[in-house]
Every structure is written in C-alpha cells, then in structure tokens.
Design a protein around this ligand. Structure first.
Ligand code: URA
Length: 196
C-alpha cells in the first residue's frame, strides 16, 4: 500500500482472476464525507475509479443537487476488486480488504462515513441492517478502535430498480450535505468547514 492506494494484492484468489485492476478510492484524503460502496462493477473495473457506471451517475446527480461536487468528497468500496459476474463479495473477501478500508477511514477521518447499501452497512456496523428502513440515520461506530459517525444510505442502484427508493436516497444525501455544512441549494460543492 502506498498512501491510500493498494498497488498490489493477491489476498483473494478468485478476485485476482476476475479483476482487470485494483480500484482504489478517489477524492481528497481529508474529505468531510467518505462514501463507501460494495465493490467495483464492470465500469469501475474498466475505468479504475469507484462509481463511474450507472450507480455513479445517480450518486453524482444527487451530490450535485445537494451542493456537493464529486471531487469534494471521497468515494471508495469495501472490496477493491471486481467480483466475478458482479456477485456480492464473500465474507472472506470483505475481511481480506478490511485493513485497506480501515486505513482509508482512519487517514481521511471524515465527519461522516456514508454506507451505500446493505453490504457496506452490515460490514462496517458489524450487525444485520434493514437499510431501507434505517436509511438517513446516523450511528456511532468504533471502526478499528476509533469512533466514527456512520450515515446509513441505500445503494444508488436501488433507485434504478425501485423508484420509491429515490426519496429515501435523496433524504440521506441531504443529511450528508448538511453535516458537511453545505447550504441547501448552494450548488458550489464548497463545504463551510473548508478554511477552518
Ligand atoms: N457499486 C458499488 O458498490 N461500487 C461501485 O464502485 C460501483 C457500483
């Protein structure tokens, strides 16, 4: 690992086969908000960046609508290599990659960790979660021994399959923007925490 970038990793034999590359997190290493998804999909594996496919478009639009520029936040995944056929990462793969995620959370030390969907929510909170019901709630969690605030959010892809999830998703993103100090409708993507 160099800084927050994993350059080489062979911990998950199956993912070494299915990936084209390791997809590291993007965005400032001192961001107020750290969004955590599940694992790269096809587009992310091609492009080498998290959330650049359809889910990424949904996320970008919601961020913009709530005054957050994509490059002002940090975006990463629980697992950095694309699983075969876009299956969910196995428990062992999540465990293998956890050290990298914990180091990222520790270094960035965001105001809020935003979990996008069931996999990152359950992985980081270490409990079962009913994400649709719990979306928008903030919970204190000890991650790698350090206290962090975690905002539960539905996965952006959920809005593509179920329109009723759109409002749930938007409400959680609005809460994230509020915590980051962005005024509703500001549109600048500039956090009021900047400069302090
Ligand atoms: N879904 C995720 O969970 N992560 C990505 O990077 C893309 C889609």
């Amino acid at each position: 690992m160099e800084g927050l970038e994993v350059i080489e990793c062979e911990r998950c034999p199956e993912l070494c086969e299915s990936r084209s590359r390791i997809v590291n997190g993007t965005g400032p290493d001192d961001a107020d908000l750290l969004f955590v998804g599940e694992a790269p999909g096809e587009h992310e594996d091609d492009g080498g960046e998290p959330f650049v496919g359809r889910s990424g478009t949904v996320l970008d639009e919601a961020l913009r609508e709530h005054g957050l520029a994509r490059d002002a936040v940090r975006i990463t995944n629980c697992v950095r290599c694309r699983p075969p056929d876009n299956r969910d990462p196995h428990k062992e793969e999540l465990t293998n990659c956890r050290e990298y995620l914990e180091r990222e959370i520790d270094t960035v030390d965001p105001e809020l960790v935003v979990t996008l969907g069931k996999v990152p929510t359950e992985h980081l909170l270490e409990r079962d979660a009913a994400v649709t019901k719990e979306a928008g709630t903030i919970e204190d969690a000890r991650l790698d021994g350090t206290a962090h605030r975690v905002l539960i959010c539905v996965h952006p892809a959920a809005t593509l399959y179920d329109g009723s999830q759109q409002e749930t998703f938007e409400t959680a993103i609005a809460t994230a923007a509020e915590v980051a100090g962005v005024a509703e409708g500001d549109g600048s993507g500039q956090s009021r925490l900047d400069g302090f």
